[in-house]
Design a protein around this ligand. Structure first.
Ligand code: ADE
Length: 225
């Protein structure tokens, strides 16, 4: 799978993709992440990519041309399944959407900034728009990093069996049950007996009950789904 990210802050992606699973996914050739500096497509030598809003108002608006030129260039090179604009007024990102995106080959993630982006790009260029939550970030970069991480970890071969994505919270509309490791007693806090009993059937039953209880308590909305 290939993810192309368009941004005015390419340095923001130096960290998130150079560690752990996402680094390994790239090293194993399971995922390619390409960062494109929008200013390389700027309209003038001052690397301008934004302008004042028609009708007035505070804040600058991202211009059509640099974004269109960058996307057009990428589209000549390959077909894209989704060209996604990261924005707080997009569709809320969740596990089913991550699952869906992990099944396609090529995605563009466009990071928004300033007051917004020329609406004509939203009408004519983007195939969908994603928000990672009901709060406003300074730009779409962190949101694009979140989506990239959530999608790439689902690709076959990225996680080992024991960390399989299938047992994640949200995959079956349940939160994950609590987990424990050694020592079995710390400060007189003990691990639930059943987990050290060796009885696989009882352990599975306990884990399922815990998952349901935890979901009912913390996220009752998930049980309605
Ligand atoms: N850009 C700013 N805030 C955002 C959010 N919550 N989701 C996606 N992109 C954003």
């Amino acid at each position: 799978m290939r993810i192309d990210i368009i941004t005015i802050f390419p340095e923001m992606f130096d960290g998130p993709f150079s560690h752990s699973m996402i680094k390994r996914a790239q090293a194993k050739g399971l995922a390619e992440i390409h960062i494109h500096n929008l200013r390389d497509y700027a309209v003038n030598k001052h690397r301008k990519v934004d302008d004042y809003p028609f009708g007035g108002g505070a804040g600058m608006v991202m211009m059509i041309q640099p974004v269109a030129d960058c996307i057009d260039k990428l589209k000549v090179e390959r077909n894209y399944d989704e060209i996604i604009f990261m924005t707080p007024d997009g569709v809320l990102f969740d596990q089913p959407l991550a699952n869906k995106l992990s099944m396609v080959n090529n995605i563009i993630l466009m990071c928004g900034h300033y007051k917004g982006i020329d609406e004509r790009l939203r009408e004519h260029y983007f195939t969908s728009e994603i928000s990672i939550g009901d709060y406003v970030l300074t730009g779409g970069e962190l949101a694009a990093a979140v989506v990239t991480d959530a999608v790439i970890r689902l690709l076959p071969g990225v996680l080992s069996d024991e960390t399989s994505a299938l047992s994640d919270s949200f995959q079956d509309n349940l939160l994950s049950p609590p987990v424990y490791t050694r020592p079995s007693e710390y400060n007189s806090w003990v691990v639930p007996d059943v987990l050290t009993s060796g009885n696989e059937k009882e352990i599975k039953k306990w884990q399922n009950e815990q998952a349901v209880d935890r979901t009912r308590l913390r996220r009752p909305d998930m049980l309605d789904k």
